[in-house]
Design a protein around this ligand. Structure first.
Ligand code: ATP
Length: 612
């Protein structure tokens, strides 16, 4: 099946609405993560606030100790001990905060990632990869989720980060109004600095993350197509294409560091200037006898603490980065889930399949157009048609891997979307041309499904799919690790078929699932399917004439529409139908058919069994 173009660029109002929506869903995800680690986040908040309080109390206690020591007051010992206790408490609380922050980060990341993954898997198959390239999705669920996961702890720590500077300012006011006034002179500059930092770093971070995901995506694409790239001799060109984003990434990275560096440099100049100013004013006040030595020491320490407001830039930076990352993680999680109803199928039903007026629209155009057909219960229907006719889409709709935009699909009279998920997946099976195999071992790959078949059932299914022979020859048979089992395309297909057979329900959809089998093996598998697998309705997408000839009914698709349904032998009289298999124009197909008919004469008149 052809995939749709990735993420069309949005423009103007639409782009801004999309951006607002993704920001809102990112923030919602962050609130969820915060709720999930509420207790530990609160502990981070309490520990960091307690540490900040200890840091705030320390200069005052130190100043007081100094004054008492200078006065040779016997109470000085108690104050020195208090000072030491405060320093110790600060160290212990910081260590605890670091440990708790690590836990909160890990839990929040896991929550965000699980949530995104759950919604991705609950969405219609293919929807996510239609909208997001695989490498991009991988980055969103790994690196971006990790960055977003730091937000709850960073938010809890942010309060503690502003507490010492603000508290220090209050302490300055209490110690001496003039020293506080000297410090306040520089505050407007500080505020401007922080605002500029938040604004410019947010844009650079978003752009950096987007380019990074682009590189990851192209890399995943090239790795998946490594054989094609090698065969085409385009490795160098692909290397350049994958890394094409590097200069942009470098530029955004430099921009990020430049913004950060400028903020640090400006605050690096501003802060010592402020402390010097406070010391100068404090010195004048000391000389004037308005301030004691301890007061001056405390004021200088508080000025340094208050100047630490610049460190808030780092916390702010982490929050900005995390929020941008949360937006990216939450975006795929906004895909709508597939709806499942509460109904079950009638017991013992034959698996009659009915499609009425089924239309599937992709990229604004119908790719299945008003398809109506009936496959009687227990019958095998072959779906044939030229490449791109819509066969795979029809198979996906019939097995409810995708929902039609219009029309209905009924199994034994029950609308598919009204079935419970368990009933749907128990009664409707699929096999594909390029199956993905899951499970540590070969046996697990066949057993993979909602309900696990027994080992004899797995073997029986493998026998029916023509897989038992080569599986037995593997070093540990069914227990061979998939990673250690070198499989050809046809062998993979047979394992995929075995998986479908082991879980066969009343409807089995085989989408080109035997294309890699030689004709003799295919015949054997078809016989075994009829003989050894649970009886039911089969919908078989096929390009081979023998499959159409062996089916009870053929559904002939042409450009997304049903051109005719009927038995193969009757459809075969139509040169256009024959051309589907011979690949030639109808006239040439006509000649070929005439030659064939000369060898195997068949009725020539149109037949009422063929529906058009
Ligand atoms: N997700 C999608 N987005 C856009 N177009 C799609 C999507 N899926 C399928 N199509 C289009 O629908 C049409 C039918 O595709 P489908 O895969 O069903 O064809 P097919 O008959 O199975 O072809 P083939 O025999 O080559 O496998 C094609 O033109 C394809 O480009």
């Amino acid at each position: 099946m052809t995939s749709a173009p990735k993420q069309a660029p949005a423009t103007g109002d639409r782009a801004s609405r999309t951006s607002q929506r993704t920001t809102a869903s990112g923030d919602r995800a962050l609130r969820g993560a915060l709720r999930h680690s509420r207790g530990r986040s609160l502990a981070v908040l309490l520990c960091s606030v307690a540490s900040a309080v200890a840091a705030l109390a320390e200069p005052a206690v130190l100043g007081r100790s100094l004054d008492l020591l200078l006065d040779r007051d016997p109470a000085a010992g108690r104050w020195v001990a208090l000072c030491a206790a405060l320093v110790l408490a600060e160290i212990l609380l910081d260590a605890l905060t670091a440990q708790l922050t690590g836990t909160v980060n890990a839990r929040s990341t896991a929550w965000l990632r699980t949530r995104a993954l759950r919604t991705l898997l609950a969405a219609e198959p293919g929807r996510a990869t239609d909208r997001f390239a695989p490498g991009d999705l991988a980055t969103r669920l790994t690196a971006n989720a990790t960055e977003a996961g730091t937000v709850p702890a960073a938010a809890a720590g942010a309060l503690a980060a502003v507490l010492p500077p603000l508290g220090a300012l209050v302490a300055l006011v209490l110690i001496d109004l003039w020293t506080a006034a000297a410090f306040l002179l520089g505050v407007p500059l500080l505020v401007l600095l922080l605002r500029a930092f938040a604004r410019s770093s947010s844009a650079a971070v978003t752009s950096y993350q987007r380019i990074q995901a682009g590189i990851a995506d192209r890399l995943a694409e090239v790795l998946a197509g490594a054989h094609t790239v090698a065969a085409a001799g385009t490795a160098e060109r692909e290397r350049r294409r994958v890394l094409a984003g590097l200069p942009g990434l470098g530029a955004e990275g430099r921009a990020m560091w430049l913004v950060y560096g400028r903020a640090v440099a400006r605050s690096g100049v501003l802060m010592p200037l402020l402390v010097c100013l406070v010391l100068a004013v404090g010195g004048i006040r000391l000389a004037a006898g308005q301030l004691g030595v301890g007061g001056l020491v405390a004021a200088s320490r508080y000025a340094a603490l208050a100047a630490g407001i610049g460190a808030v830039a780092a916390v702010l930076g982490a929050l900005v980065k995390g929020r941008a990352a949360a937006r990216r993680t939450a975006e795929p999680a906004a895909l709508p889930p597939v709806f499942h109803g509460p109904l079950r199928l009638p017991a013992g039903g034959p698996g009659a399949l009915r499609l009425t007026g089924v239309t599937v629209v992709r990229d604004g155009a119908p790719v299945l157009d008003d398809v109506t057909l009936t496959v009687p219960g227990g019958a095998t229907a072959a779906v044939v048609g030229r490449s791109g006719a819509g066969k795979s889409l029809l198979a996906a709709v019939a097995g409810r891997l995708t929902d039609p935009d219009r029309g209905r699909v009924l199994l034994d009279g029950v609308p598919m979307e009204q079935l419970t998920e368990e009933e749907l997946r128990r009664e409707v099976g699929h096999a594909f041309a390029r199956p993905a195999l899951f499970g540590p071992t070969v046996g697990d790959a066949i057993a993979f499904g909602a309900e696990r078949p027994t080992a004899p059932e797995v073997r029986a299914a493998a026998r029916a799919a023509g897989a038992d022979g080569f599986v037995q020859r593997l070093p540990y048979g069914y227990d061979t690790l998939l990673a250690d089992a070198p499989l050809s395309g046809g062998e993979r297909q047979r394992l995929g078929l075995a998986r479908a057979f082991a879980h066969a329900g009343r409807l089995l959809v085989l989408d080109d699932a035997m294309s890699g089998l030689d004709t003799v093996t295919q015949r054997e598998v078809e016989l075994a399917l009829a003989r050894d697998v649970r009886a039911g309705t089969r919908l078989v997408v096929a390009h081979r004439l023998s499959t159409a000839a062996g089916a009870d009914l053929v559904v002939w698709l042409d450009a997304g529409r049903v051109r005719a349904t009927g038995p193969h032998r009757l459809l075969w009289r139509d040169p256009a139908y024959r051309a589907v298999f011979t690949g030639s124009e109808p006239e040439a197909a006509d000649r070929e058919a005439a030659d064939r008919e000369a060898a195997h004469p068949a009725a020539a008149e149109p037949d009422p069994e063929v529906a058009r």
